[in-house]
Design a protein around this ligand. Structure first.
Ligand code: CA
Length: 220
């Protein structure tokens, strides 16, 4: 037993992925289709998918936004967890990647809940704010270009309802956040947002060491 978070070796992590949640078979198949792609590391881990789906259910989310869709695995898990009248706006700039996911969304019967917007995410988020979505969104998942994180987080706080949940992925960035020699724009951006959210009285927050690090921030 340990008073700190365990370091998971491969066997223990395999146990977590096996026993840690019920990933739908279609999710597993989409992950496997994505694994063959050169940018496969951008996909969230299945245990993160289980956690996101549970969170979406827990807060009774109906309206959700995803910033950074890649091949659509997190969108699939989120959309499956939304009610039949739920809606998920997906922001991404790659038609090529998002097309990988679309057949799986259709097969899962959730394509009708997903509104994919191929444009820079800030443009889509600003259009939603201008369209009256401010204060109405239950769940927002941020997992896109890291230098854009602060812009996405600020817009997410405008869009979220009171009690709405913002989830931010890759907040540990492979451990680079504690490597002081690492001054790359991605690492610098993540470090800055982590410090900002830690001090941000607009939210209640917790950084979970799941996947590559997932921060949960509940709008007050
Ligand atoms: Ca990610």
């Amino acid at each position: 037993m340990s008073p700190r978070t365990l370091t998971l070796d491969d066997r223990l992590y395999a146990y977590v992925t096996d026993l840690g949640g019920r990933e739908p078979d279609i999710g597993r198949r989409l992950r496997e289709a994505t694994r063959a792609l050169p940018a496969a590391g951008m996909q969230i881990a299945p245990d993160q998918g289980n956690a996101l789906a549970l969170l979406v259910e827990l807060i009774g989310a109906r309206r959700a936004i995803e910033v950074g869709t890649f091949t659509g695995y997190s969108a699939l898990r989120t959309a499956l967890a939304l009610p039949d009248d739920g809606e998920l706006v997906c922001c991404d700039v790659s038609a090529e990647w998002t097309e990988v996911g679309r057949p799986y969304w259709q097969e899962a019967g959730v394509a009708g809940k997903i509104d994919l917007r191929l444009a820079p995410a800030v443009e889509t988020l600003d259009a939603l704010i201008a369209g009256g979505w401010g204060g109405t969104v239950d769940f927002i998942f941020i997992d896109a270009d890291k230098p854009g994180y602060d812009s996405y987080y600020e817009r997410a706080l405008i869009l979220a309802r009171t009690g709405g949940l913002i989830a931010v992925d890759n907040v540990l960035w492979g451990g680079a956040v504690v490597d002081e020699a690492d001054r790359s724009p991605d690492t610098v951006a993540i470090r800055a947002l982590n410090a900002k959210i830690r001090a941000d009285e607009r939210v209640t927050m917790a950084l979970l060491p799941i996947g590559d690090g997932l921060t949960l921030a509940r709008k007050r």
